[in-house]
Design a binder for this molecule. Structure first.
Ligand SMILES: [Fe+2]
Length: 294
């Protein structure tokens, strides 16, 4: 992908941006078959939404017997009807199933060096799939087929953590920050916490939503608590003993915590404890090699 330098200076981890014509992935009608060929049409890899509600599996799966074993499979007629009514298909963790999708993630990873996961969204009518919501991670929406309208509003909680999920009672603000249409070649960048809804425009449309799992200070703190603080005797004593020695124990705990937070070597260890982007690159390089050889 070819992101302008101004994107990293002005928008990355700051505010949404529509990046026009920054990729050249195939947008032919045949491409959709290629993208979806290896994707399992089974739960939990596939989910279906319409007008903000998730459809129950029974609406599109059926049971069947094979070698006396009961299994589930997609009911093509029911799936077709749901698509005609305006449903959206969501292919979860698509980068784990589809080589073209894994390659797109790999390209983005070269630019941002963070852990990624990707979900594919396909629809052909004009109903919104999820309605207004926000995600805890940053998202790069890579438009591959057709067009899609995005309405974006400012966050009500800035830089949310994965544990601070979007509650059903949360209401989006009135004011619209951005109202744009993505086309093949475009990427829409959405930092975590920004409200958004994606509206199909009565035509087949497919985008890959790539979530970025960034490390937060809270993760470092959590890692220290689990990896280093158990070494301190004061942390292992019974809570009743702590209660009777609060002043002394609190001073000792805060002093140790402070020295860990300021220790550069620990920060390096913390970084290494996350999956390295290089691992994913290595797997992809191996896959490319295997495809060439066999
Ligand atoms: Fe989203």
């Amino acid at each position: 992908m070819k992101f302008p330098a101004s994107f990293f200076e002005n928008h990355y981890r700051i505010s949404p941006a529509l990046l026009k014509k920054v990729h050249a992935y195939s947008n032919s009608q045949e491409a959709i078959d290629q993208y979806l060929f290896d994707c399992p049409f089974t739960h939990p890899s596939l989910s279906i939404y319409m007008n903000g509600e998730r459809k129950d599996e029974s609406a599109y799966f059926e049971s069947y017997f094979e070698s006396k074993t009961q299994s589930k499979r997609i009911n093509v007629a029911r799936l077709k009807n749901l698509l005609e009514e305006g449903a959206s298909l969501i292919f979860n963790r698509m980068n784990a199933h589809s080589l073209p999708m894994a390659k797109i993630c790999h390209d983005l990873q070269l630019d941002i060096q963070e852990k990624l996961h990707a979900h594919g969204y396909f629809s052909q009518k004009d109903q919104e799939s999820l309605g207004f919501h926000w995600d805890t991670n940053d998202v790069f929406a890579v438009q591959l087929i057709g067009r899609k309208r995005w309405i974006i509003k400012k966050p009500t909680i800035e830089i949310p953590l994965p544990s601070q999920i979007n509650g059903a009672e949360d209401k989006s603000p009135e004011d619209i920050y951005l109202d744009v249409v993505t086309e093949p070649g475009d990427v829409l960048y959405l930092p975590g916490g920004w409200w958004h809804t994606a509206l199909p425009l009565h035509q087949p449309t497919f985008h890959l939503a790539i979530g970025v799992q960034t490390k937060k200070t809270m993760h470092f703190l959590d890692w220290i608590m689990k990896a280093k603080m158990p070494d301190l005797l004061e942390c292992r004593t019974d809570a009743d003993i702590f209660k009777n020695n609060k002043e002394k124990y609190t001073d000792q705990i805060l002093q140790t915590l402070r020295s860990h937070l300021l220790d550069e070597r620990l920060f390096v260890q913390f970084n290494q404890s996350f999956d390295s982007p290089a691992q994913h690159s290595g797997v992809l390089a191996f896959m490319s090699f295997a495809l060439c050889v066999f």
